[in-house]
Design a protein around this ligand. Structure first.
Ligand code: SF4
Length: 362
């Protein structure tokens, strides 16, 4: 007898740990069975974290869009001599941080291209200048790829680089640059970035040093369902080892202004079915994660609400500014008022709560 979807979902709700093959099967579902999968994921969400929808009051500060990597899926990074290239010095960043503090944020994300001239000192200077004016705020910055670059430029180990950043005020590490943790895919979508093994090693080093991070997945470009499942499998293995991930942040590929799409190497982003299934399967598969975020800047607020019915429990941040999504074609991706989040949560009969970066309640 083939394993029916009904039995598979029932077993998963009863504690069965999904295999990657089973995750692939769920991700490939195309008919009304999609709703059974989202219903199971929503039930698991309810059991795990209840009816609270969380968000973080945060602000992105984009320090530079000059980037050594020029990933094919990105509409933000560019060469230093390209039109629109910008670079803010630590004083300007400090001014922006002061604006963020006046907005009562609990988190500042320093989110940038990987400037080819950056060294470890560039990162410590930036973090220090924010820390000076925003003492109580979580400074959320530096992906494993940036750590690898800064460490290499300055001739120190990656663990030492993380330690140095922590000493000057790093709160949590960005689990970005993960994209899809399958090297054959990385060679197409982000050949300039560190490989899978390096990403995994650095994120584990951070967790071992007590620096927590998000986990991300950038899906909807040219990866397969098998690649998505492998990626989730790697995240689950890391979480088993370290417990250092705060949440999964699924990032739906925005195709409009990207080289990958122009070259015909990627479709026009994930479909609605894929967005919803990614959230639901992540909730069912990642049994060691409490929090699954939906990124309203990537999928829009209406789709974000559907994701909250499909296993997600977190709306991410207010952001105040998301040039990365706006430059890639995301409309209305720069600020979501908590009042609007409240409307979404209430519409689902749930309660909105402000959280810290590491999911303490504010
Ligand atoms: S995704 Fe990040 S690393 Fe890649 S080009 Fe864009 S800014 Fe640079």
């Amino acid at each position: 007898m083939p394993y029916s979807l009904h039995d598979l979902l029932g077993d998963t709700l009863a504690g069965h740990r999904l295999t990657e093959e089973e995750a692939v099967r769920l991700l490939k579902t195309r008919n009304r069975d999609v709703w059974d999968i989202t219903a199971a994921a929503d039930e698991l969400r309810e059991r795990k974290v209840g009816d609270i929808v969380t968000y973080v009051r945060n602000q992105n500060i984009h320090v530079t869009n000059i980037c050594k990597n020029l990933c094919g899926f990105c509409g933000f990074g560019r060469r230093a001599d390209a039109p629109g290239a910008f670079y803010d010095d630590p004083l300007t960043v400090r001014e922006k941080a002061l604006t963020a503090v006046a907005r009562n944020v609990t988190e500042i994300c320093l989110l940038s291209g990987v400037h080819p001239d950056y060294t470890l000192d560039s990162y410590t200077d930036l973090i220090s200048s924010v820390r000076e004016v925003a003492p109580g705020v979580d400074i959320h910055t530096a992906s494993p790829d940036e750590i690898a670059w800064a460490a290499g430029q300055s001739g120190v180990s990656t663990a030492e680089a993380i330690e140095r950043l922590r000493e000057v005020g790093l709160g949590t590490l960005q689990g970005t640059a993960a994209e899809i943790l399958v090297d054959s895919v990385r060679r197409v979508i982000c050949p300039g970035k560190c490989d899978t093994a390096t990403w995994v090693r650095i994120i584990k080093e951070a967790h071992d040093l007590g620096v927590r991070s998000t986990a991300t997945i950038m899906y909807g470009s040219c990866e397969s369902a098998e690649d998505r499942a492998r990626h989730l499998g790697i995240l689950r293995e890391i979480q088993d080892d370290t417990g250092g991930f705060t949440e999964l942040v699924p990032l739906s590929y925005l195709h409009e202004n990207t080289a990958l799409y122009r070259a015909g190497l990627a479709p026009a982003g994930a479909t609605g079915r894929e967005d919803i299934l990614l959230i639901a399967v992540a909730r069912l598969f990642l049994d060691n994660f409490d929090h699954i975020q939906v990124s309203w800047g990537k999928v829009g607020t209406k789709m974000a609400e559907m994701a909250l019915l499909s296993g997600a429990n977190d709306l991410g941040g207010t952001m105040f500014c998301d040039d990365v999504s706006v430059d890639a074609g995301g409309e209305g991706a720069d600020y979501l008022d908590p009042g609007e989040m409240q409307r979404i949560a209430e519409d689902l009969g749930r309660v909105l709560r402000q959280r810290t970066t590491t999911y303490g309640m504010v």
